[in-house]
Design a protein around this ligand. Structure first.
Ligand code: AMP
Ligand code: GLY
Length: 429
């Protein structure tokens, strides 16, 4: 492969996912300089943080031009849905700089649930039966709900900060919630609502890198969404993750590839959607058969914090293979070890929480890699600055082994209100 040997990269985002990306990029022999916009207190160990908002495309362009950036890697979905890849492609000054992330047309897989469902329907990809409605068709929506069995699944069509899915036990309540969605409960995001069949099973996250025609399946992971032990309490951005996932065995993954990944990549191509980026497929294992719950057009957080530590091959070469349409020639090497990450959050999260507390003990951690999420650096001290504060990742021979290391490391770290789930991976033993 004849790609540039030495590249300057601008990575967009500021969470644990971006710290994990920065950490892995920094290990590449192909890296010249890495900038992270805006980054966090952890990413400064991997490159240079720059104060740029990733959705301010004009500032991103200016930075790219004045710092001789050769590649832009997009962490979160927001800049993708807003069209950063198209912005680069259409501007002759920067059109030759690859953006790792899909065009806005591709990003609709995450940006619109209705679009994603229509895409799956068109390409015969297994997913829950559904119909979509607007306020005008509310009577039909009520009638459709009456044909379904409880629990009822209502999804705001647009991006709603991960909160736009409601799962409701009673029909009456479902009708009330539906009306409130049409009345702006999630702003414009719920002008259209997808109502779908409830799927019962266990979830996992499959990550695919694609250049638009070839693909590589990255390590599979499971995340822990709810705040409380035993998967109870409100949903969060993710309290921990494990990779690999024991139930996602070879037979299951073969079905995932044949019935979901191949038709998804072929579908993007058939629909003439430019997609050089990651596809995150949220799956439900329903009695051994995989169904798509959702697509995301980026890597998962905190899944990235267990996926990347298991990738042994060079990450910049992976990006280059994606950007230049040569993914078929990339040799993906995956570690057989198990990775776990346990997320330490601010007390009160996902509700209101205080922040700005000093984090101590980070330097005492030896057996794990601590990825920063909501942290900020002031002088040489690190402070909490968000709900999810740190993702403590460990590798081991088993879930039990890896997660014990994560918990031992967390004992060494302290800040006011530190909270974490004590049962990450336990359901998989
Ligand atoms: P989403 O934002 O689409 O990932 O939905 C959030 C969560 O709701 C998922 O992670 C699932 O736990 C759950 N969920 C979504 N759709 C369904 C469904 N059709 N059946 C059962 N659970 C679902
Ligand atoms: N861990 C789920 C997500 O990144 O959306």
């Amino acid at each position: 492969m004849k790609y540039p040997e030495s590249v300057n990269i601008l990575l967009l985002g500021s969470g644990g996912r971006e710290h994990a990306f920065a950490w892995k990029i920094a290990q590449s022999k192909r890296l010249a300089r890495l900038f992270i916009a805006p980054g966090n207190a952890g990413t400064v160990a991997c490159g240079t943080n720059v104060e740029i908002n990733p959705t301010n495309f004009a500032s991103v362009k200016q930075f790219v031009l004045s710092n001789n950036i050769n590649m832009v890697v997009v962490g979160p979905e927001d800049p993708l849905v807003k069209g950063i890849a198209d912005f680069f492609k259409e501007d002759h000054q920067i059109s030759n700089i690859p953006v790792i992330g899909p065009s806005s047309a591709g990003a609709r897989l995450e940006g619109s649930k209705e679009f994603a469902k229509q895409f799956m329907e068109r390409h015969d990809i297994p997913t829950a039966a559904y119909r979509s409605f607007t306020k005008k068709s509310i009577d039909e929506a009520y009638a459709f709900l009456e044909t379904l069995k409880a629990p009822y699944v209502l999804k705001a069509d647009g991006l709603a900060a991960g909160k736009g899915v409601l799962i409701i036990d009673s029909l009456d309540q479902a009708k009330k919630e539906l009306a409130s969605m049409f009345d702006g409960r999630f702003g414009r995001a719920s002008d259209t609502v997808v109502i779908e069949e409830f799927l019962s099973g266990i979830e996992c996250s499959v990550f695919v890198a694609t250049d638009g025609k070839n693909f590589k399946v990255l390590p599979v992971a499971k995340d822990y969404k709810r705040v409380g032990v035993g998967d109870t309490g409100p949903n969060t951005g993710g309290m921990g993750a494990v990779s690999p996932v024991p139930f996602a065995d070879e037979r299951f993954m073969e079905q995932v590839v044949e019935t979901i990944v191949k038709p998804t990549v072929a579908g993007l191509q058939a629909d003439k959607i430019d997609y050089k980026g990651f596809i995150f497929i949220g799956l439900m294992n329903v009695s051994g058969k995989p169904y798509v719950i959702e697509y995301n057009v980026r890597m998962g957080d905190p899944e990235t914090e267990v996926v990347l530590p298991r990738i042994e091959s060079d990450l910049i070469e992976l990006f280059q293979s994606m950007a230049y349409g040569k993914l078929d020639q990339y040799e993906l090497k995956i570690s057989p070890l198990t990775a776990t990450t346990v997320v330490c959050v601010s007390g009160g999260y996902p509700g209101d929480y205080p922040k700005g507390f000093e984090i101590t003990g980070l330097r005492n951690v030896t057996g794990s890699t601590v990825f920063h999420a909501g942290t900020a650096l002031k002088g040489n001290k690190v402070y909490t600055s968000g709900g999810r504060v740190l993702a403590v990742t460990s590798l081991g021979d088993s879930i039990t082994d890896a997660v014990a290391k994560s918990y031992a490391s967390i004992e060494k770290i302290d800040y006011e209100g530190k909270y974490f789930r004590q049962d990450i991976g336990q359901d998989l033993l």
